[in-house]
Design a protein around this ligand. Structure first.
Ligand code: AMP
Length: 588
């Protein structure tokens, strides 16, 4: 299959902001793809070669891509850099400069998807001394064979800037339409994705073997399961009402979620974003090898920084020191951790995700040899709001964020990849009208003045709307940032700057700078109000009104553990608004 076909589809996808059109283009592309290439196309359209958990990235630095472009185009460095200043996008510059190409290569061949994939794969796997030069030379070769338009997307792919805005859910829908037999088959395809987190593999099985084989896909060790998520409610009464008067309550620890996979002496740890983080936590790997009493197991735990002398839990931020490549031994000593296990998803060949919580929990207790470093989350069954509130106070007292309240019914399965009412979080009241913090996505920024000149003065923040697969603005936030935060944000956000509003962002405000939705920050506001200018849940409750968070303040927490799609949803903001109304009424 020719790479030009993909480049063409990319061009069309870029030209639309409508998700339905995007899906149609993708369906067409997938239908016209030979079966054996579908998985590669699925990865490539997401700017990847493998699923995230494989940890293999194409990534080459922009500087290196520029060198390759110079070599392939025969243009001068100064010409390319000047053009780059105008376009702000190396992909576009490559397209322009290659169109002016002086030396016509006589051996130029047609690029196929297979060849592009293999070449990028070779680049991704090249390591050791001389790797940089090899990668550059290989990539220059690829560019020499590329048409200007192909070069544009190749450059964006290797520098990690493809940003077509196609979400996983859009790919799943397109697969259901193209190969499942219709939109309604998305559910089993999505379930398969939720238990293996590998879109390419699901696509491959679907096109080669059909829907029935996809339905038979099983949970497997070393294929991370997409995490189950929780809803939120503001009071014990609301929570108990949802659970018909009885539920399991557990401490909500303030740490990093870890999904541990064990098979014999092999252990891998995955983050909430499903990256393999085993190398950050060699101490956890050893702990699991010793304390888990099963040949095969997949369980989830919160990893919390602790003070070994007092046994006290330390704030989430301390775990940041573990996010490093070098000096791990030192960090282990300085920032020790404990694990609090809260769910078991698989044991010795048996998938437990469809079992009720009580069964999963009972087996978890059998499988773990608990000690001071590895414990099961403190829990209790409650059936009155007084009991729930008391347990909440106890959790806060011991350094937790609040409680996770969980359904105890027969239907209390592990909802992989989904947020539902089987788990409800109840967090600390911040003594303000807004009962909870929100995790919002940075989609734009406004230039700062005075002390903040040259940096960003305020950020435009958005919620996520999973139904539309869009990010909807809800507030402009300029408070709560220390000077260090301001500098850090300015440099960190550079990687995500784009020339105009991202196709998955809904905004009426014109930001000075736009970003691809990537960075998630925790924000506390005074209250949620109706708003004519913010797009969060626009027209949902009232015509021409969205929802805004008033007086937002950054709490200091960078939610690096969250993907933009894990941010607070637009629906949650409406729920917060409705809860606020209820509270005002009950205070009257
Ligand atoms: P949030 O990040 O505020 O949406 O809350 C959900 C997160 O709480 C999960 O992703 C876990 O990392 C964390 N958590 C802490 N304790 C528990 C628990 N007992 N059960 C489930 N999740 C927990």
């Amino acid at each position: 299959m020719n790479y030009a076909v993909i480049a063409d589809a990319y061009g069309k996808i870029e030209a639309t902001t409508k998700r339905l059109e995007m899906t149609d283009i993708l369906v067409n592309l997938l239908k016209n793809t030979p079966k054996e290439v579908v998985a590669k196309i699925v990865y490539l359209t997401q700017g990847k070669l493998y699923p995230d958990f494989a940890g293999i990235e194409i990534g080459i630095a922009e500087k290196l891509a520029i060198k390759a472009l110079i070599r392939a185009s025969g243009r001068k460095e100064s010409e390319i850099l000047t053009d780059l200043q105008t376009t702000g996008d190396l992909g576009q510059t490559a397209e322009i400069q290659l169109a002016k190409k002086k030396q016509v290569t006589f051996f130029s061949k047609t690029l196929t998807v297979e060849h592009v994939y293999e070449t990028l794969d070779k680049m991704a796997k090249t390591t050791g001394s001389g790797a940089v030069d090899t990668k550059m030379a290989v990539f220059a070769g690829l560019l020499s064979d590329a048409s200007p338009k192909e070069a544009k997307y190749l450059i964006r792919t290797v520098t990690g800037n493809l940003r077509l805005g196609i979400a996983d859910m859009t790919v799943l829908e397109a697969l259901a339409i193209a190969y499942g037999g219709g939109k309604e088959t998305r559910e089993p395809i999505e379930r398969a994705y939720n238990i293996c987190s590998d879109l390419g593999r699901v696509a491959d099985i679907l096109v080669r073997e059909g829907l029935e084989s996809v339905k038979k896909m099983q949970v497997m060790v070393f294929e991370p399961i997409r995490p189950m998520l929780a809803e939120r409610l503001p009071s014990p009464e609301d929570i108990l009402e949802k659970f018909n008067g009885k539920c399991l309550v557990e401490y909500k620890y303030d740490g990093e979620r870890i999904q541990a996979h064990k098979q014999g002496n092999n252990v891998s740890l995955y983050s909430r974003r499903l990256e393999n983080i085993s190398s950050q936590y060699p101490d956890v790997v050893e702990l699991i090898k010793k304390q888990v009493n099963a040949h095969e197991a997949i369980f989830e735990a919160e990893c919390v920084a602790v003070d070994m002398e007092t046994g006290d839990m330390r704030p989430f931020q301390e775990l940041m020191h573990r996010r490093r490549k070098y000096g791990i031994e030192n960090a282990i000593e300085k920032y020790p951790i404990s694990l609090f296990a809260f769910d078991l998803l698989f044991v010795n060949g048996k998938d437990l995700t469809r079992e009720p919580l009580t069964n999963r929990r009972a087996i978890l207790e059998d499988v773990l040899n608990q000690n001071i470093q590895l414990q099961i989350a403190t829990q209790k069954t409650v059936n009155s709001s007084k009991e729930l509130e008391d347990f909440f106070e106890q959790a806060i007292e011991e350094g937790c964020e609040g409680l996770m309240c969980k359904a105890l019914t027969k239907g209390s399965v592990y909802q992989a990849g989904n947020r539902g009412w089987l788990w409800i979080k109840y967090k600390r009241d911040y003594k303000s009208e807004m009962i909870d913090t929100c995790d919002l996505v940075v989609v734009g920024a406004f230039h700062g003045r005075g002390k903040r000149a040259g940096a960003y003065g305020a950020l435009l923040l958005a919620t996520y709307n999973p139904e539309k697969d869009m990010f909807e603005t809800t507030t402009k936030c300029g408070t709560g940032f220390t000077e260090k935060d301001i500098d850090y944000l300015h440099s960190m956000l550079q990687k995500h700057v784009i020339v105009c509003r991202h196709s998955r962002v809904l905004s009426m405000m014109e930001a000075d700078v736009w970003f691809e939705p990537f960075v998630v920050l925790e924000v506390l506001g005074a209250e949620v109000t109706l708003s004519p200018i913010h797009m969060c849940s626009m027209d949902v409750v009232r015509k021409s009104s969205g929802f805004a968070i008033r007086f937002p303040r950054f709490t200091g927490k960078y939610r690096t553990d969250k993907n933009p799609q894990d941010a607070t949803t637009s629906k949650e903001i409406v729920e917060m608004y409705q809860n606020q109304l209820k509270q005002i009424q009950s205070n009257k």
